[in-house]
Design a protein around this ligand. Sequence first.
Ligand SMILES: [Zn+2]
Length: 442
Amino acid sequence: MIKDCDWIITQDERRRLLKKTSVLIRDGVIEDINRDLNGGDMIIAGKGKVLMPGLINTHTHISMSLLRGYAEDLPLDRWLKEKVWPIERKLTEKLCYVGALLGCLEMIRTGTTCLVDMYYHAGAIAKAVKKAGLRGFIGQGLIDTVSDDRTSDESLRESFLTAAYKTVKIIQELNDSKIKPIVAPHAPYTCSDELLMKSQVMAEEFDTLIHIHLTETRREQAMFQRNYGYSVVEYLDRIGFLNGKVLAAHCVWLTRRDIELLARRCVKISHCPISNMKLGVGGVSPIPELVESGVLITLGTDGPASNNTLDMFETMKIAALLQKHNRWDPSVINAQQILDMATVNASGSLGLGKIVGRVEKGFEADLILVDIRSPSLQPIHSSDSLIANLVYAAKGLSVDTLLVQGKPLMLKGVFQTLDEEEVYGLVEEALEELDIKPSSNS
Ligand SMILES: [Zn+2]
């Protein structure tokens, strides 16, 4: 029982806000929402708090938590080639597991209940997510070409595909209904047509999502235009890659035609404003036009090496500000639309639209309590200002309690499934292994 919440942001069909209301959860599912509720084996006090759906991060690489602050202030090309790729070559299953534990800790602390992740050693990441108790869609990143003409390296392709099938098997064996495998071809410029289409076959085989980076940089768009005479999106459509199973991260560089195509093929988007700004990709994803065309927009942090946090509250705020700033128009997007992206839109994009993303009877209890007895979250003038406060003023650290399927992963700021100190200890060891321990005089 979550008793007497000051407010509940339901995110239901009518976007109702309830005052002084309690929520009863049984077997992980919301059984009742009412003013006068009694019972419950465990009571969580909602006084001074806002109850809302847990946030959903639809694009990240949580193991990159280990690389937070390691590669800074470099152009994307040099960032990847000089810093990120060389260190990633040293990553082992164990290191990815440790990085993922740190990522889970941060997500729990900052109000994220569900993530979509693509990385190396994805089976190890899934194990960390299970240990943390979070909900996750996890895939092995796939790459088979590094040349501008996208010539496929067959042995590379086969080794990545083998790893991807192994990941699916590991996830199936975890036997956790909250953790699902996805297929994750890295990007059109790092995957040959063969690999892209094999990804489609695999997604069909396991009835799962395809997650891919798409038009993050102008360079990618220029490369396809030069080599094929089509934009990346048009090209992907011509080879039959685009469909409703695709969740595409970034989508910064798009033409009008691309937007129409993405809408027609029901492709979902994970907008990652902070990563785009920090890596200086130069463009701004045309969110207003995408929304107008009916494309489902969700939000992602991207990896902690290019953000540098997994705080979805921060991402919500920046997503709003970036569009307002870019269009010289504060009305181009509003707080409610942004909150929708991080909750109901995201659950819909993952096929969980009737399962999570709302505080509603029959929905699974993936919920967070935000402490509003805090200077930056007072006063609350009206229901509109409540949503505005959460999107523009709340921080991840404002989150007090987090539940997934009704199970508390954090209560009053105290972790319930992970041992914070133990994780920091493992991270120290991991840095030594990676040989990126900070120098003693720093
Ligand atoms: Zn990414």
